[in-house]
Write a protein that binds this ligand. Structure first.
Ligand SMILES: *[C@@H]1O[C@H](CO)[C@@H](O)[C@H](O)[C@H]1NC(C)=O
Ligand SMILES: *[C@@H]1O[C@H](CO)[C@@H](O)[C@H](O)[C@H]1NC(C)=O
Ligand SMILES: *[C@@H]1O[C@H](CO)[C@@H](O)[C@H](O)[C@H]1NC(C)=O
Ligand SMILES: *[C@@H]1O[C@H](CO)[C@@H](O)[C@H](O)[C@H]1NC(C)=O
Ligand SMILES: *[C@@H]1O[C@H](CO)[C@@H](O)[C@H](O)[C@H]1NC(C)=O
Ligand SMILES: *[C@@H]1O[C@H](CO)[C@@H](O)[C@H](O)[C@H]1NC(C)=O
Length: 593
């Protein structure tokens, strides 16, 4: 499905014939170095095309470059304190400004977005309207063309067969395995010490160095997911450089872990109700005839069975890549996988039916290789998130304290897992601090984002009195990659013109203007439309007759292009029936993490 990359536009053929683009666009000013894009192919494109070198001519607007920067900015650049940061830019002849893109992750490839724009592949749809900017996408340090970390993945989980520790001994075992993973990065990465210098504090200085070298006074910015954390840090450190900034699917600075975890547990409870609402309009849902609440009852029954004794998972077991049997912990983690990123309600409902009525809980089984605790996310994330109390008791307390927002006893929260992973981080991380700002930024959120619950965007917006909050009504992590929805047009218009979306409140979006206050009442999972207008696009959701909707959401299509996965497809691999996306934690669309 991600091969549509190769559907080339006429514009490509035009360039390929070598016509007219002035030479100076293709050469970057010193100290930047221009490198050959055909040998600097972003990893998702390498994977999609199964190449390391690009086979054929590339448009001259696509320029690849690199810059040497200090590994540790607190010290002078010296031979043992230098790393190289790589990037790609789409450079039209008369740029309307500099636009920087961060794809989230942390560590997800962004450069393929510049490629998509230059080649006008179907992935470019999310960026349509931005072709006349210098569109810059930087490899985060530690990734691909920026001194990639060399860590030993998919090894240490073999010692840890469970998803989540429930005793001190299991906690210790988990910490030992995560430490082993981190030590493998430390030992095998170069230059020595780089693992301690891959945090946001450094990344934003890399960006500013590239901006200065490109001779721009200001940057416009689109950051999704983890990119919001980095973008907000850039804005705080370099306020004079801030142009039009979109921070979409927000992880805020300075929000206490407990609050984020409690909000995420509330969010997964809302997702269960969204699945229930979906079942009410989908005649093929196994629980359809049971009406409102049928899905919640089914979940509670399966969970109570699993709590009594683990559930059989006949499609899993030794050599299959997934664990048999399925514990209550596995079941909860498995449910969150269905609900993350772009939630797949039909798949969840089928899996629940199999577990409840067919004696097969395989679809909820734990897949160790999908676990983020052995991906580059660990060093990138843990460089930023300081955990003060690293004890098992403190870890458990986060969950105990979130019970008040957990009527369906979903328990698992990914942000809780961040704490667990980063408990093993042996280095410093900055003190958590809020970043209040008077800058006029455009924050964006959706009602039912599980990865970064909407309350987190509210937290950031409340500290930004001159900012605007765009709320997309529907599901999904990230809105920017839904080019057919009304929210996307508001975002693109803002990037092109600087005009903030006007205050409004309708079925698709609510826009809260500067100084406005967001209602603290959580959105009603049964009241917000489902299906394409909500950003949902599984096969079943695509085929639902519009008349089946409780709310008759209109005829527009919010479908993300299939090849959107090009932007997300790094480290995609099949493990049994599971498509596992490693390295993609808080990322753009299709991730399961
Ligand atoms: C990728 O290309 C290599 C040869 O370059 C080939 O051996 C391999 O089978 C290809 N993989 C896929 C999935 O096509
Ligand atoms: C990119 O391709 C789309 C769809 O094929 C087309 O509508 C659009 O005009 C193209 N954009 C540019 C800048 O050529
Ligand atoms: C886990 O496995 C690795 C590799 O087999 C081994 O080196 C390490 O000591 C083990 N760690 C623990 C905590 O058992
Ligand atoms: C990564 O580290 C391993 C173990 O030391 C080594 O064998 C391998 O060559 C390294 N890979 C790179 C790309 O440096
Ligand atoms: C808010 O933003 C506007 C537009 O950029 C600016 O004129 C104004 O000074 C800002 N207000 C504050 C309090 O920073
Ligand atoms: C909501 O969005 C859909 C799809 O774009 C559109 O058809 C519908 O008219 C919009 N509704 C409102 C109230 O704007």
């Amino acid at each position: 499905m991600f091969f549509s990359f190769f559907v080339l536009s006429p514009i490509f053929l035009h360039y390929a014939r070598g016509l007219s683009i002035p030479r100076d666009v293709t050469t970057l000013p010193a100290p930047l170095r221009t490198v050959d894009c055909s040998t600097h192919v972003p990893q998702p494109i390498q994977l999609a095309l199964n190449v390391t070198t690009f086979p054929g001519p590339l448009p001259p607007t696509l320029v690849c470059g690199e810059l040497d920067v200090p590994m540790d900015y607190s010290k002078p650049m010296a031979q043992d304190n230098t790393i190289t940061v790589g990037f790609a830019i789409n450079r039209p002849q008369k740029p309307a400004g500099l636009m920087l893109f961060h794809a989230g992750g942390p560590g997800l490839d962004a450069a393929s977005a510049a490629w998509a724009i230059a080649l006008n592949t179907s992935d470019a749809a999310a960026f349509a309207g931005l072709e006349n900017f210098d569109f810059l996408a930087v490899n985060t340090r530690g990734i691909q063309f920026s001194n990639p970390l060399n860590c030993t993945s998919n090894t240490f989980y073999n010692n840890v067969s469970f998803a989540f520790p429930s005793t001190q001994a299991e906690f210790d075992q988990y910490q030992a395995a995560t430490s082993n993973f981190i030590q493998s990065c430390v030992k095998n990465s170069s230059p020595p010490g780089i693992v301690q210098h891959v945090g946001t504090a450094e990344v934003i200085q890399d960006w500013d160095a590239i901006r200065a070298a490109l001779n721009y006074e200001q940057i416009h910015f689109v950051g999704v997911s983890y990119g919001t954390f980095v973008g907000a840090a850039y804005a705080a450190k370099f306020p004079a450089r801030v142009g039009r900034f979109i921070l979409d699917a927000v992880i805020p600075h300075g929000m206490p872990f407990q609050d984020m975890i409690t909000d995420q547990v509330a969010a997964i409870n809302r997702l269960l109700l969204r699945a229930d609402a979906f079942c009410m309009i989908d005649p093929s849902c196994p629980f359809h005839s049971q009406g409102k609440g049928g899905v919640v009852t089914a979940w509670q029954t399966v969970l109570s069975h699993a709590l009594k004794s683990p559930l059989p998972a006949p499609q899993c077991g030794p050599g299959k890549g997934c664990n048999n049997p399925v514990t209550a912990t596995d079941l909860r983690l498995g449910a969150s996988v269905f609900f993350r990123a772009n939630p797949d309600f039909p798949a969840f409902l089928q899996a629940l039916d199999l577990a409840l009525n067919k004696g097969d809980a395989s679809k909820f089984a734990y897949v160790p290789a999908a676990d983020i605790r052995e991906s580059v996310v660990v060093p990138l994330l843990c460089s930023d998130l300081k955990i003060t109390d690293k004890s098992f008791d403190a870890f458990q307390a986060f969950s105990t304290n979130s019970q008040k927002s957990d009527p369906a006893k979903m328990v698992y929260a990914q942000i809780w897992q961040f704490v667990l992973m980063c408990d093993a981080w042996p280095f410093e991380a900055p003190e958590p601090a809020k970043l209040p700002t008077n800058l006029p930024l455009l924050w964006t959120t959706s009602d039912f984002d599980l990865n970064l619950p909407t309350e987190l965007a509210t937290f950031a917006f409340e500290q930004a009195p001159n900012s605007t909050l765009l709320i997309r009504h529907g599901d999904d992590h990230v809105s920017f990659d839904l080019p057919n929805l009304p929210s996307h047009k508001l975002q693109i218009d803002f990037l092109r013109t600087g005009a903030f979306p006007p205050a409004q409140d309708n079925a698709n979006v609510t826009v809260i203007p500067p100084g406005g206050k967001r209602s603290s009442v959580a959105p009603d999972p049964y009241a917000v439309p489902l299906g394409l207008v909500a950003g949902d696009f599984s096969a079943v959701e695509n085929n639902l007759p519009q008349s089946a909707s409780i709310h008759k959401p209109g005829s527009g299509s919010g479908q993300k292009s299939d090849s959107q996965s090009l932007l997300n497809g790094q480290n995609l691999k099949e493990v049994g029936r599971y498509v596992v996306l490693l390295q993609c934690l808080l990322c753009f669309s299709l991730s399961i993490l």
